[in-house]
Ligand binder design. Structure first.
Ligand SMILES: [Zn+2]
Length: 237
């Protein structure tokens, strides 16, 4: 009687382990997709930040160009005043103003050139980041598609295994089944029933007392490992 139920429980455990693997895979799949989505979002943020930096650099350049233009206007005015200077002193003053303004503008012009070169570097960086973003997005979408397809397969396999398990469970005696379920609730790895090999529990690899092995041999009742609480059986049963 016990021997027959042990054979059932072995089969039941086989299904349960398959179900466990399928469920773990089903749980893990969305995590992988979410990780790639997070990476793509991170890349998008980087590109947007780079764009903002470029925009600010362009604004700063435009401001400087405007200042340069104003200064040019000023130089023209000084030039007119210079031409109409009535005294040497006035002439010297305007000439000095013009020279100062030209010096300032020359500095501004080199600054603008520097800014333009910096922006070229920034734009090249942005292009590279755009490519990385595109790649990250493609990777994410591909994984999403793959995961969706795999999940469908896994779900159908799961339904199949659960169907088999249900059919088998109907044939198992109530006491054996409830013992199995009780033990199963305490086992994260799904190992509910374990074979005795060389007097050792193959669930926890502890040497079993000979009385325990004897009780299993008698086959009158279910015997649990005192250490790991798995249901024990012997191969010859
Ligand atoms: Zn054990």
């Amino acid at each position: 009687m016990v021997a027959e139920e042990i054979a059932h429980l072995q089969k039941l455990q086989e299904y349960d382990l398959k179900i466990l693997v399928l469920k773990n895979r089903l749980d893990a799949l969305p995590l992988g997709v979410a990780r790639l989505q997070g990476e793509a979002e991170e890349k998008k943020k980087e590109v947007e930040e780079k764009k903002k930096i470029i925009q600010n650099a362009e604004l700063a350049q435009r401001k400087l160009e405007l200042e340069l233009q104003e200064k040019e206007e000023q130089i023209k005015k000084f030039q007119l005043q210079l031409n109409e200077a009535k005294t040497n002193k006035e002439y010297t003053v305007f000439l000095h103003e013009i020279e100062e303004a030209k010096k300032e503008n020359s500095l501004k012009e080199s600054k603008i050139l520097e800014m333009m070169s910096e922006q070229d570097t920034l734009r090249r960086d942005e292009e590279k980041e755009q490519i990385l973003l595109k790649e990250a997005n493609e990777k994410f979408l591909e994984k999403k598609k793959e995961a969706a397809a795999e999940m469908e397969t896994l779900k159908s396999q799961l339904r199949e295994e659960e169907g088999r398990r249900k059919l088998l469970a109907v044939d198992i005696a109530e006491a054996a089944l409830s013992l199995y379920e009780r033990v199963r609730k305490t086992k994260k790895n799904g190992l509910v029933i374990a074979q005795i090999k060389d007097g050792t529990c193959s669930g926890c690899f502890m040497k079993l007392p000979s009385t325990v092995v004897e009780n299993v041999k008698k086959g009158k009742d279910f015997v649990l490992c005192e250490n790991c609480s798995t249901i024990l059986y012997l191969a010859e049963q």
